[in-house]
Design a protein around this ligand. Structure first.
Ligand SMILES: Cc1cc2nc3c(=O)[nH]c(=O)nc-3n(C[C@H](O)[C@H](O)[C@H](O)COP(=O)(O)O)c2cc1C
Length: 141
């Protein structure tokens, strides 16, 4: 997959084949992409920007090998900490779901109403509206 394909295909996926297991080697490889990603001052301060960059590297890497996933900011941190016995010294800024995608996701143009809320149709295809490039680029010339 070339870079353009990876970027386009890297949609937030929330449905997975439950019988597909990702090997520890693959997980280590993905964390390796986060390891060499940019971080503020190259130190280990846990700040949102660094976490986002690392998470994106993991998801782009996953997409490049046919996997998919989603960042989850809305998680039960107390429950997770308890279930996996995560020591207090580790924060839980995000959870990344990873797996073999079991859903079709399409990027849509934002319509004239300007609504950017994603939706699922009756065939369970997930649609994600994205603003146009012209709307995003601010030209100060
Ligand atoms: C920092 C961050 C936190 C997110 N948290 C959640 C979440 O808690 N639940 C969820 O369903 N999606 C979550 N998402 C996924 C977004 O909803 C998704 O990126 C957005 O709908 C655009 O879809 P796309 O990733 O396919 O472009 C999160 C994304 C980011 C970047």
């Amino acid at each position: 997959m070339n870079f353009e394909d990876i970027i386009q295909k890297n949609r937030s996926c929330r449905r997975f084949y439950e019988d597909f297991e990702i090997s520890m080697d693959v997980l280590r490889k993905l964390v390796g992409y986060a390891r060499v990603s940019a971080s503020s001052g190259n130190i280990h301060a846990t700040i949102d920007t660094d976490v986002g960059i690392a998470a994106q590297s993991i998801l782009l890497g996953a997409t490049s090998i046919g996997l998919g996933g989603c960042m989850f900011g809305s998680v039960n941190r107390v429950g997770l900490r308890k279930k996996f016995q995560i020591p207090r010294k580790f924060q839980i800024p995000l959870v990344i779901a990873l797996g073999k995608p079991k859903e079709t996701i399409k990027i849509e143009k934002v319509d004239s109403t300007g609504n950017i809320v994603y939706w699922r149709d009756e065939e369970m295809t997930h649609h994600v509206p994205k603003r146009s490039l012209d709307e995003l680029i601010v030209d100060f010339r």
